[in-house]
Design a protein around this ligand. Structure first.
Ligand code: PLP
Length: 448
């Protein structure tokens, strides 16, 4: 089983049409490397499945039987590889883990009950009292909250550095003490990009022995970015987003070296944030269309971003595929720019809300990456509990919209946004009074 898996882990760059035949996976010693789309479908799964099924079945069991005490000994003494108890492993989950490892170009991957479960388990497994962690300031809000509020209780210190400032990262690293550098790329909501190769260089240039680089690559997916190839040690995805792709599951993954992932799996067995096999099945199914979906979302989002940027009712668009994006210079790190666009409507909080309410295709909801186009006003969704002043202090303008483009027809989406903008254009009081729009993504790099 392992040798077949190894053969599926080699994913060429970039994805190509006309990938080698799936038959090449049947166990040949060194099959041709396969394109990402092929790996997304066949990677990690046994070719011969139970009951001659085409799909990997859901192993709906909490525990596993041993035929004899000798079989139990064989398992514990490493002579046979098998499952033992549901918190330590499940075959359906394992297939999804192997598929993700193949897609991320990793030796191994562990799945968790959510993206946050993946992140919290990893941080708890990798860090110990007295260690120090550096985070770029626009990593996911709950990750920062976990480090600042929970890990600090266990004597783990942290420093937040402005996103994109590699020199500040270098200065924050305390050799011997800093064990983890956590970054995200692209980020939420301004789609800022981390220079992953330069951050990876810091492991050598700062002399910080044992320093690991973790990249949350949720917004990119393995289709648009593979951080391990750029020098990261661990790559995290909230599989709730593009990997699941249908807004019907929560899951999180961490991929990296076999040794690191084995430690995470052990920690998961203690902390208990396991993925349910039903969700693992949905994830396996979702990933099969990942390449197709993300490529289309890349195309549609670029089209919508360009259209929005040219529209007089829009003040500013943030999309890494546009030359106007603050990180356009390093956008080549991405193979595609993803399906999320953020933009400022020319108007205030209410005008922006009326634009959103006028959309008939995009649905108001948090999250991103699914087949349905989702839209939200961060001031009234993720940052609802803050005052206007508090939001502005952290870069969240009241007229900011975050859009996650789904798989609807691009012309239909543009027509719908056009109608919704026409509906509010006559009432817009002009750009809101929060200052120049470029300030927003700069202040967004501070703690929020
Ligand atoms: N990382 C990023 C970048 C996210 O956007 C999210 C959720 O929005 C998470 C992690 C957490 O994932 P989950 O919601 O699956 O716990």
């Amino acid at each position: 089983m392992t040798s077949k898996l190894e053969s599926l882990r080699s994913v060429p760059d970039p994805p190509q049409a006309g990938a080698s035949s799936p038959a090449a996976q049947a166990g040949a010693s060194s099959p041709a490397p396969q394109a990402t789309a092929t790996v997304a479908i066949h990677g990690g799964e046994e070719r011969d499945k139970p009951h001659h099924a085409v799909t990997t079945p859901i192993a709906c069991t909490a525990t596993y039987t041993f035929s004899s005490t000798a079989a139990l000994r064989d398992h514990f003494e490493g002579r046979i590889e098998r499952e033992e108890y549901g918190r330590y492993g499940n075959p359906t989950v394992r297939a999804a883990e192997r598929k993700l490892a193949a897609l991320d170009g990793a030796e191994d991957c562990a799945l968790f009950a959510s993206g946050m479960a993946a992140l919290t388990t990893t941080l708890l497994a990798v860090l110990k009292s007295g260690d120090h962690v550096v985070l770029t300031s626009d990593v996911y809000r709950r990750t920062r909250q976990f480090v600042g509020t929970f890990l600090s209780r266990f004597g783990i210190e942290s420093t937040l550095v402005p996103a994109g400032d590699v020199d500040a990262c270098a200065a924050a690293i305390a050799p011997g003490k800093t064990k983890l550098l956590v970054t995200e790329s692209p980020t939420n909501p301004y789609l800022r990009l981390a220079d992953i190769p330069r951050l990876a260089e810091l492991k050598k240039t700062t002399g910080a022995r044992g320093l690991k680089l973790l990249v949350d690559s949720t917004f990119a997916t393995p289709i648009n970015q593979r951080p391990l190839e750029l020098g990261a040690d661990l790559v995290v995805h909230s599989c709730t987003k593009y990997l699941g792709g249908h807004n019907d599951l929560l899951a999180g993954s961490v991929a990296g070296s076999a040794a690191l992932v084995s430690a995470l799996r052990d920690a998961r067995g203690v902390l208990g944030a396991v993925l349910d096999p039903h969700a693992a099945y949905l994830l396996l199914r979702g990933i099969k269309t990942l390449a197709l979906r993300v490529e289309r979302q890349n195309q549609t989002a670029l089209r919508v971003a360009r259209w929005l940027e040219a529209h007089p009712a829009i003040e500013r668009v943030y999309y890494p595929g546009l030359a106007s994006h603050p990180d356009a210079a390093i956008a080549g790190q991405l193979r595609g720019h993803g399906g999320v666009i953020s933009f400022l409507v020319r108007g205030d909080l209410d005008v922006t809300s009326r634009f959103i309410d006028g959309c008939t295709i995009a649905t108001i909801a948090p999250s991103l990456g699914g087949v349905e186009t989702l839209i939200e006003q961060p001031a009234l969704m993720s940052h609802y509990e803050l005052t206007t002043e508090e939001r502005l202090a952290i870069g969240i303008r009241e007229n900011l919209v975050r859009l996650s483009v789904g798989l609807e027809d691009a012309d239909d989406l543009v027509a719908d946004f056009s109608r919704a903008l026409d509906g509010v254009a006559s009432t817009a009081p002009g750009a809101n009074g929060a200052g120049a729009s470029h300030v927003a993504e700069e202040i967004a790099s501070h703690v929020r």
